[in-house]
Design a protein around this ligand. Structure first.
Ligand code: FA5
Length: 375
């Protein structure tokens, strides 16, 4: 700061010249006006209102003026600083209003957006797989059929040519529904169905041939729950009854299904077997869709999916036994039919490398979630 000087004229001091003060004021006003946001305004404030700003420095010069000059210079600088203060204040109000408006737009919450804080969940892969299999057949003109899970013993066994002493009827295989008081457990004539095959008999009694049905459903057996068995499981049953159907139709239909599910070129094979309701009967295997048989006898290329067997067991099949057709009022001289049935849990196991069937029944979403919400 300059020393007091009695002959000092404020107009003569460069920083206190009216045009200089006006310039400082105008520069400050222009800087505030051009500040686009509050951060820029803060910087302009430091430059034009801070301790080192031109007007602050000019203000300091006043102290060095002779008393008669101080008032005039003080008034000039004071007015300029007042104008700068005012301009800063009103620009602050403007920019704060702009910011508030912007925040309202940018941070707006669209209350119409879908609410997904709760996990969407997923369908159980057994359901998805059964639906997919049913779709393959409905696309070929088959009809989805259903039957009760609490089933008459007659449909579950008698109509299907199970002899009265067939071991499957025993209580160690079949859940019998309790009959009236005083009757033995297996005398009620009502069971939890042990397979989906009773729907064959129901469908033949309800419809006239030609009959083409697919039946996905839940079945029950007195098996212990372990890695490869569960007392409550799912099967898909297929039945076709028409004129002139042969084993070739059965084989072609199975091949089509496995190709739809496991890819082009997958084949099936039949191994002789026995079921009371089909004659001839067979176990059906599908070619391993992972190694396609390349692992057989090839220790360098073991296959976990088929245990290097080249084939995976699917289920049972055969030509509908004429006795079943007769029991259901269908003329076996005119009509023939084929049927097959297989377990969905086992298929899910090898199709998705599920190692333990218990995972499918425990209801843990960590198991179902990776399968997604396929519909
Ligand atoms: C039957 O149930 C016959 N009804 C299939 C059939 C239909 C044959 C039409 C001929 C014509 P089987 O008892 O083999 O067949 O059972 C079929 C499939 O059910 C088995 O291959 C297996 O995949 C599955 N399965 C059987 N028991 C269990 C169980 N405890 N847990 C899970 N899956 C099972």
């Amino acid at each position: 700061m300059s020393a007091p000087n009695k002959s000092y004229d404020p107009v003569e001091v460069e920083a206190l010249k009216p045009e200089e003060i006006e310039r400082m004021r105008d520069e400050a006003l222009a800087a505030f006006a051009s500040a686009g946001d509050l951060d820029a305004l803060r910087e302009a404030k430091t430059a034009h209102m801070g301790d080192r700003s031109p007007l602050a420095l000019a203000n300091r010069e006043i102290g060095a003026l002779p008393p008669q000059a101080k008032a005039e210079a003080g008034k000039r600088v004071g007015q300029a600083r007042g104008a700068v203060n005012k301009a800063f204040g009103s620009r602050t109000v403007e920019l704060e209003a702009e910011r508030d408006e912007r925040v309202l737009v940018e941070e707006a919450v669209d209350v119409t957006l879908s609410y997904d804080r709760l996990p969407a969940g997923a369908r159980h892969p057994l359901t998805t797989l059964m639906d997919r299999i049913a779709d393959i057949f409905t696309a070929m003109g088959y009809e989805v059929a259903e039957g009760p899970e609490v089933e008459a013993e007659w449909f579950n066994f008698d109509a299907l040519n199970f002899t009265p002493d067939h071991p499957a009827r025993q209580m160690q295989d079949t859940f019998f529904v309790q009959g009236p008081e005083g009757t033995e457990g297996d005398e009620s004539g009502v069971v939890l169905r042990t397979h989906t095959s009773p729907v064959q008999a129901r469908s033949l009694l309800e419809r006239k041939p030609p009959v083409y049905i697919v039946c996905p459903g839940r079945v029950y057996r007195t098996d212990e729950l372990d890695a490869t068995h569960t007392p409550v499981f799912h099967q898909v049953e297929l039945l076709a009854v028409d004129e002139g159907l042969t084993m070739a139709d059965l084989k072609g239909t199975m091949d089509h299904m496995v190709q739809e599910l496991f890819g082009e070129g997958t084949t099936t094979r039949l191994r002789p077997h026995f079921f009371p309701f089909t004659e001839p009967s067979a176990e059906m295997d599908m070619q391993c869709y992972v190694c396609r048989g390349a692992s057989v006898g090839n220790p360098d290329r073991p296959c976990r999916t088929c245990s290097s067997e080249g084939w995976i067991e699917l289920g049972g099949c055969g030509m509908v036994n004429p006795k079943v057709l007769t029991a259901c009022g269908v003329d076996p001289e005119k009509y023939s039919g084929f049927a097959f049935g297989f377990g969905i849990e086992r298929m899910l196991m090898f199709r998705h490398n599920v190692e333990d069937m218990r995972d499918m029944v425990e209801g843990d979403v960590r198991f179902t979630r990776p399968f997604g919400s396929e519909i």
